[in-house]
Design a protein around this ligand. Structure first.
Ligand SMILES: O=C[C@H](O)[C@H](O)COP(=O)(O)O
Ligand SMILES: C=C(OP(=O)(O)O)C(=O)O
Ligand SMILES: [Mn+2]
Length: 443
């Protein structure tokens, strides 16, 4: 018998200390009555797309904020993010010559695992910020107190964002020619534009050819878009786990895909137990300390029946370690015959604090990790299935480098993230053009 509550008896890392159990329980009751944000059939479709990525027949582009905020659930913020994701996807589609599976770290990415449970500033120590679903970013005792009512806001903000994404993806905004025109603007105004001109003009010719042939498939005007987030808060995820009436299988209905983070993927803990019961496509983050046995045990827990598209390993090794740590994992998993989609997160292994105190990342390191990921897969003749990035559609100053040469001294201008540093719009497009080149060289 499936037991959706078996996780409750196990240790769960990174859960908030809610102070009022009665209030939490009433919030969870309320959540469990609310409509699903996604449907099981959609999750199955995404599983098919991820299975294609595992076979090298598509490429995953997953990205969004490190931590979404309630204040960020506006039409313009969501539109800018989606626009950037679509621009990146067009470049990658052309280079990879396979469909790009567009998955937002959006519409639910409201909870954060933290390195330390508290934060100290000017001699005052308060609970760490754990995402808008838990507490407020503002550094006051009142704001940092975990508030279960925020879970309801997380649900409604997710609904708002997902609704905007669905409308943008289907309502003409995602038109391929429009997206390409934005890319041409970027190439024309980017200092590194010369490097990208060739690819952009090839795309231009391909589109002109299609137009001349009067080829206007629906895919030119709309895109498939999927939501994802880290399934961190098990009370929330569990209240939004529903049994699909078609199949009687349980699904997380908070997002199409959910992933388990590097800090909560312990084999005998609650997160993997909960994830093992649901039927969504799942991601698991793997850091540099992961052994092949860890990876094989996770596969055994989450995908014992070897269902294609069910399990994505999102590796985040760091640019300096990816070439040493990834090969053995990929080799052993491949030898086991298990179907796994390999996706590279080049962000979380490359974070450092600048002398001025900002948490940041270098675009060069991010690109270097993706390069290493491609090299490893090429050497082992396995498929680099995609990339997973933290980015935003706005011109923030959180990561250093990129075509516009953002310096550490520039970080203070627009450092707006509430958790990890994100690529800004131009740095994201730089990355897309560079990865596109890499893809072409490596296949
Ligand atoms: O996004 C991932 C983690 O939540 C984040 O890297 C933790 O950051 P911290 O080390 O500042 O807690
Ligand atoms: C917490 C995150 O990453 P990881 O689990 O890889 O540390 C994240 O993706 O924001
Ligand atoms: Mn992060």
């Amino acid at each position: 018998m499936r037991n959706l509550d078996a996780w409750r008896g196990l240790p769960a890392a990174q859960q908030p200390e809610w102070h009022d159990p009665a209030e939490l329980s009433s919030v969870l009751d309320e959540l469990s009555q609310l409509p699903p944000l996604v449907f099981a059939g959609e999750c199955d479709q995404l599983k098919d797309r991820l299975a294609a990525a595992q076979r090298g027949e598509s490429f995953v582009l997953q990205g969004g904020d490190c931590a979404e905020t309630f204040a960020g659930a506006t039409a313009s913020a969501v539109q800018n993010k989606l626009k950037t994701l679509l621009q990146m996807a067009v470049v990658l589609t052309y280079a990879a010559q396979v469909p790009v599976v567009k998955i937002g770290r959006m519409a639910g990415q409201f909870a954060k695992p933290r390195s330390s449970p508290d934060e100290t500033s000017d001699g005052v120590t308060l609970p760490a910020y754990r995402g808008d679903a838990v507490n407020g970013f503002e550094f006051t005792a009142e704001s940092r107190r975990p508030d279960p009512r925020r879970l309801i806001r997380a649900y409604h903000s997710s609904a708002t964002i997902l609704n905007l994404c669905r409308a943008f993806a289907n309502g003409g905004y995602a038109d391929l020619r429009q997206v390409h025109a934005w890319n041409q603007d970027f190439v024309a105004t980017s200092p590194a534009g010369k490097d990208y001109e060739h690819l952009a003009s090839e795309i231009d010719r391909a589109l002109a050819f299609m137009r001349a042939c009067k080829a206007e498939p629906a895919e030119v005007h709309t895109v498939e878009f999927w939501s994802s987030h880290e399934a961190l808060l098990l009370d929330y995820e569990s209240a939004l786990t529903r049994v699909d009436p078609r199949t009687s299988w349980p699904y997380a209905v908070s997002a199409h895909m959910v992933w388990i983070g590097e800090r909560t993927r312990q084999l005998d803990h609650a997160h993997l137990e909960w994830a093992s019961r649901i039927r969504n496509p799942l991601g698991v983050k793997l850091g540099p300390s992961t052994t092949p046995d860890d990876a094989l045990a996770i596969i055994e827990r989450l995908n014992p029946s070897a269902e294609p598209g069910r399990l994505t390993f999102v590796t985040r090794m760091g640019a300096d370690r990816v070439r040493d740590t990834l090969p053995l994992l990929v080799e052993k998993v491949t030898a086991s015959g298990a179907p796994v989609t390999w996706v590279c997160d080049p962000m979380h292994g490359n974070t450092f604090r600048s002398p001025s105190g900002y948490k940041t990342r270098r675009v060069d390191d991010i690109f270097d990790e993706v390069t290493g990921f491609f090299e490893v897969h090429r050497a082992l003749r396995t498929h680099p299935g995609g990339i997973h990035i933290e980015f935003t559609g706005d011109e923030v100053t959180e990561c250093v480098g990129g075509g516009h040469g953002l310096l550490e001294a520039d970080l203070h201008h627009r450092y707006e993230t509430v958790c990890d540093p994100r690529l800004n719009r131009r740095q994201s497009l730089d990355l897309a053009f560079k990865v596109a080149e890499l893809y072409r060289l490596s296949t």
